[in-house]
Design a protein. Structure first.
Length: 329
């Protein structure tokens, strides 16, 4: 009868993929950089004889760290000395190399579903068609009557080209970190978010202006920015599935920093945290659901504007006079 396998040692690459698997047929098992180890680890931060896995008298597997500068980490914690290992195995780190020790008592995780790219093709085609149609309608609303056909080329040709380049760039990232050029997977990711971004850009201003919701109307830009961040998050989770927490924290930090810079720029330009509402194209009056304001209310609200403009003009003159004075000196 063949000798049963006692354990497996999986050596992980820097991208998290399993680079090498070593079968364990006997104990003790030595790990290190020297050639006489059972598991040879090519890592300059690993000692020649870094650690040993051996059975104790009670039959439990123990880790015995040897003399080294970096020591050994077990499930993220540094091993202070001889220590027992869990019955199902453990995650070990020697130097910069991560290993996974799998034992017979290991509890396997549930089977994962296949990646999104393995499904039918009708959904991305439908999403792509809907997005393309909405963008054509949006572009049509911005054109003057009788516009030349050349003005349609940026949308007809530019949009598919930009979309293909975007997905190709992320597919190259997948090739770098996951060793697969997953163009279709990233196309499936971007199409729903692009459709949501287009719908928000077209319908959100119309819906909020129809009910005269000024505060909600001004959330159009933050809403589109949030959709863009969630799109990036989906791409990064697809490329780095084992670093979701780091991706989330990084994006949160970028959102906070970007939001702060945006508010600072708005305050510098308008002396307010939110710009005045403005629509380059007014919606159809029939779409307005909120009641109209009396003319007297409009005149009353415009009244303070004269004082504000006068103060702005006075401040501008003072700034100009100060600048000229400095130039004369």
């Amino acid at each position: 009868m063949d000798t049963p396998r006692l354990a497996l040692v999986e050596l992980h690459e820097r991208d998290g993929r399993i680079g090498r698997v070593v079968d364990v047929w006997r104990w003790p098992l030595t790990l290190g950089r020297a050639m006489d180890n059972d598991v040879v680890i090519d890592d300059p931060h690993v000692a020649p004889h870094h650690a040993t896995l051996a059975l104790a008298d009670d039959g439990q597997l123990h880790l015995q760290p040897q003399t080294s500068l970096s020591g050994v980490r077990v499930n993220g914690k540094r091993a202070a000395g001889d220590m027992p290992l869990p019955a199902g195995g453990a995650e070990l780190q020697l130097g910069t190399t991560k290993l996974r020790l799998r034992l017979a008592g290991e509890v396997l995780a549930p089977e994962l579903p296949l990646p999104a790219g393995s499904g039918s093709a009708w959904l991305p085609l439908a999403l792509g068609g809907a997005t393309f149609l909405l963008m054509l309608v949006q572009h049509w609303t911005t054109l003057d009557p009788g516009a030349d056909y050349n003005q349609w080329l940026p949308t007809l040709i530019g949009l598919p080209a930009v979309l293909a380049g975007w997905c190709a760039a992320w597919a190259l990232m997948s090739k770098l970190f996951q060793h697969r050029f997953d163009f279709t997977g990233h196309l499936r990711i971007v199409l729903p978010w692009l459709l949501a971004m287009t719908v928000a850009e077209m319908l959100w201003p119309l819906a909020t202006s129809a009910v005269a919701a000024r505060s909600l109307w001004m959330m159009a830009s933050p809403l589109q920015a949030l959709i863009g961040v969630l799109l990036l998050r989906a791409h990064l989770h697809h490329v780095l599935p084992s670093h979701r927490r780091a991706v989330n924290l990084t994006l949160v930090a970028l959102v906070v920093a970007g939001g702060g810079l945006s508010l600072a720029g708005t305050w510098r330009a308008t002396h307010s945290l939110s710009p005045a509402p403005y629509m380059s194209t007014l919606p159809v009056p029939a779409l307005r659901l909120a009641g109209t304001a009396p003319s007297a209310t409009l005149v009353q609200e415009i009244g303070p504007l004269a004082t504000q403009l006068a103060e702005r003009a006075k401040q501008a003159r003072q700034d100009d006079d100060g600048g000229d004075g400095e130039g004369d000196e």
